[in-house]
Write a protein that binds this ligand. Structure first.
Ligand code: PEP
Length: 251
């Protein structure tokens, strides 16, 4: 049995004061609720340090939303893996569709980031997902296979235990359109099978594959009860403590 992992991607939301408010509501809410899953929050860079201090006595883990693969130097505006570790991050989201599609990140760049995160002791939440036009053109499988294969190039079998995969169909992100549980399950099974082909069954049975795309308290339970869905990567609904906790309760 894989323990479910629910992660919240705050995206470019919440200044310091709003960070304090949301984390104090989350920890108060969680101390009064039955929640049986691992929880990660991924605030923006500017809130990580504060979030770490506030989360210290809770079970909630900290993640960042991006990083660069170089260790240091003339990379204006970028953040290194070591910097993220130094403010308490355990996880880092890599390959999010907003990074791929707005900021032009390639599979190769994402692969370099994944390898650097792992060697630096950070656990990547590696996102893959097809665009609406790719699904409609019947090439969803091909896109997912390409992203998974390229993103994991050179990642060893041992290192796979340090990584989470998130399947996020781009057409379901922030649109209110969720993939149906069957649609999501189909792609999760495909991804698990790709992992099995490359790394063998013991690795594929252990890997956590989250679903992301308009997950809310009222659809979480059904999605999370699918055989190959091991958690959720949540955007919009993680910005309110009640709805984020509602999703955890569906796990
Ligand atoms: C996301 O961006 O990772 C995401 C899943 O967003 P939303 O839940 O808002 O669709």
């Amino acid at each position: 049995m894989r323990r479910k992992v629910i992660a919240g991607n705050w995206k470019m939301n919440n200044d310091l004061k709003e960070t304090q408010n949301l984390i104090s509501k989350l920890s108060a809410g969680l101390s009064n609720s039955e929640v049986n899953c691992d929880v990660i929050v991924c605030p923006p860079f500017t809130s990580l340090s504060e979030a770490y201090a506030l989360l210290k006595d809770t079970k909630i883990k900290l993640g960042a939303q991006n990083m660069y693969f170089e260790s240091s130097g003339a990379f204006t505006g970028e953040i290194s893996a070591a910097m993220l570790k130094s403010v308490g991050c355990e996880y880092v989201i890599l390959g999010h569709s907003e990074r791929r599609n707005i900021f032009g990140e390639s599979d190769e760049l994402i692969n370099s980031k994944i390898k650097k995160a792992i060697t630096s002791g950070l656990k990547p939440i590696f996102c893959v997902g097809e665009l609406l036009e790719e699904r409609e053109a019947g090439i969803m499988e091909e896109v997912i296979k390409r992203q998974v294969k390229a993103g994991l190039e050179g990642v060893s079998s041992d290192d796979m235990s340090k990584l989470i995969i998130a399947y996020e169909p781009v057409w379901a992100i922030g649109t209110g359109k969720t993939a149906s549980p069957d649609q999501a399950q189909e792609v999760h099974a495909l991804i698990r099978n790709l992992i099995k082909e490359k790394y063998g069954a013991p690795v594929s049975e252990k890997i956590i594959i989250q679903y992301g795309g308009s997950v809310k308290p009222d659809n979480a339970k059904e999605l999370l009860s699918q055989k190959d869905i091991d958690g959720a990567l949540v955007g919009g609904a993680c910005l309110k403590a009640d709805s984020f906790i509602g999703i955890m309760q569906g796990a």
